[in-house]
Design a protein around this ligand. Structure first.
Ligand code: PLP
Length: 516
């Protein structure tokens, strides 16, 4: 009998694919009692004969201990935030996830609440959502907010729909079709703008890595719908000309959109609303600690200034001084963009995170994240083969982008090889080859949570990898060696034809390649 149970006999040895043995069982079920047998018989007679199973299902025959070892082993083949080490994935804010968040979010009273329940019976959770919204509005300087979007990109899409609805309400939508996006932006920015129907106008970054004001002046016109900006930008540099930028965009009749996915740097320090932004999205699953990866669930709330509040999706969580309710009374709403009220569990975790730190604690988190980032930027840009392009003397915020272009030129070892070699140290790879304006980019974000010793071990790993690159570069290019699988063919691993989600697919592909 074929089954999908496999395990490694010993570390480093090939996988034993087939563990199933006829007659082996994992558990014993007591015999069916007489009284129940009648009920089972009756149930059987209700199922059409064609749907009744005639043979036992082809399940693997394995003992309980084998099943346990199999699944525990699979779980350990992956990198884990708590089983691995440092997780410096730039533009992702991979925080450790406080256990208290999980405890709070898995309260049975929350888990069993149903979105169709009458609001009078869910006042508690509505209060949580409302108070979270007030905190986030206060932190961003916005006047109202929707918690509906399920991700950052989803929030961007909503933001763009609001820009559209605003211009349409003024009879200017036909004319204002251009969304301006800097070339350092996260890839989701131009994609969301395009999905909302805008033409994307890209403007180059200046030599200091910031928006080039002259290029912006040239790009704006009466066709401008708005500008999407990340501040600090994806190089980790604060756009100190933000007031001028705001004047240029607003002067042309456009709106200013803030990509606040990585709000970690300025949390409690300054607010997009005070910088002139009209619309903001946040990623609760970055800045506010929910684990992410593997596709969710995420949460990308969108905040707006007063004059845009009428366009928010319905319902908006609201409070009338006595009770919490769902406000559907937004005549100019862009509609619903997500079932019910969005993903509630990341919201609960974000609220737990905010309450456990308090305002002073959030500010301190931002300060430590920025301190850690500058510490690493300084140390790593001094390691042979690496440099800090764009205004190397300018302080960074929560993240920075290192370039391995010198190392690539001199040794053939590229940013990707360095990232793979870091895996051998048990360290998660940084983001590589983003943003596109940096050659051989390694984007590093330490967050506030790692101790100094771990940051120093990261620097040591870079020093060792650099020494290896300049002495035996082929060893870096062959990394990783200590992981559960060695370097993958990334094209094959992600191509729909060769992407394997189960062992059956592997078997079929193996058959195809042998011409079976
Ligand atoms: C992560 C990120 C996004 C997108 O967020 P998702 O939740 O992955 O859709 C957008 N902008 C920036 C700057 C980001 O880091």
């Amino acid at each position: 009998m074929r089954s999908g149970v496999f395990r490694q006999a010993r570390w480093g040895e090939p996988l034993i694919f087939e563990l199933s043995r006829e007659g082996r069982v994992g558990s014993t079920v007591p015999g069916v009692e007489e009284g129940i047998r009648d009920i089972v018989g009756e149930a059987e007679s209700l199922v059409p004969a064609s749907l009744l199973r005639r043979e036992a299902p082809p399940l693997p025959r394995v003992s309980e201990v084998e099943v346990l070892r199999h699944f525990i082993h699979l779980s350990q083949m992956n990198y884990g935030v708590n089983s691995g080490r440092f997780y410096p994935l730039g533009s992702c804010t991979m925080k450790y996830n406080p256990v208290v968040n999980e405890v709070v979010a898995s309260d049975p009273r929350l888990l069993s609440a149903h979105p169709y329940q009458d609001v009078s019976t869910v006042q508690g959770i509505l209060e949580v959502l409302y108070r979270l919204k007030v905190w986030l509005m206060e932190l961003t300087g916005m006047d109202d907010m929707s918690l509906q979007p399920a991700a950052g990109a989803h929030g961007e899409f909503l933001g763009n729909l609001i820009v559209r609805a605003y211009h349409a309400s003024r009879g200017e939508l036909e004319k204002r079709r251009e969304m301006i996006v800097p070339d350092s932006a996260h890839g989701t920015n131009p994609a969301s703008a395009r999905m909302a129907g805008f033409d994307v106008v890209t403007i180059p970054s200046g030599e200091d890595g910031c928006v080039d004001l002259e290029a912006l002046e040239e790009a704006v016109s009466d066709r401008t719908a708005g500008l999407m900006l990340t501040n600090p930008n994806t190089l980790g540099i604060f756009e100190s000309n933000i007031k001028e930028i705001s004047e240029i965009v607003h002067g042309a009749g456009g709106l200013l959109y803030y990509d606040g996915a990585n709000f970690n740097a300025i949390l409690g320090k300054c607010r997009p609303g005070d910088m002139g932004f009209d619309i903001v999205h946040l990623n609760l699953h970055k800045t506010f600690s929910t684990p992410h990866g593997g596709g969710g669930p995420g949460s990308g709330p969108v905040g707006v200034k007063d004059f845009l509040a009428d366009f928010l999706p319905v319902p908006v969580v609201a409070y009338d001084g006595e009770r919490y309710y769902l406000d559907y009374d937004r005549p100019h709403t862009v509609g619903k963009i997500r079932g019910f009220y969005g993903n509630v569990s990341p919201m609960v975790k974000a609220f737990a995170y905010i309450l456990s730190l308090g305002f002073e604690g959030l500010k301190e988190a931002a300060e430590l994240a920025v301190l850690n980032s500058n510490y690493l930027a300084r140390k790593l840009s001094g390691v042979r083969g690496f440099s800090l392009p764009y205004a190397p003397r300018k302080p960074r915020k929560h993240e920075f982008v290192l370039s391995a272009s010198e190392m690539a030129r001199e040794t053939g070892v590229r940013a990707l090889d360095v990232a793979k070699k870091l895996l051998d140290y048990g360290i998660h790879a940084p983001t590589v080859y983003f943003p596109l304006i940096v050659e051989e980019a390694l984007m590093i974000e330490p967050t506030e949570t790692e101790p100094l010793e771990e940051l120093d071990r990261f620097v040591e790993a870079f020093e060792e990898i650099s020494a290896l690159a300049y002495s035996r570069p082929e060893e870096v290019r062959a990394a990783p060696r200590n992981t559960s699988v060695e370097r993958l063919d990334m094209a094959r691993a992600s191509h729909p034809r060769t992407f394997c989600l189960s062992w059956r697919r592997y078997k079929r592909l193996e058959g195809e390649s042998k011409g079976e």
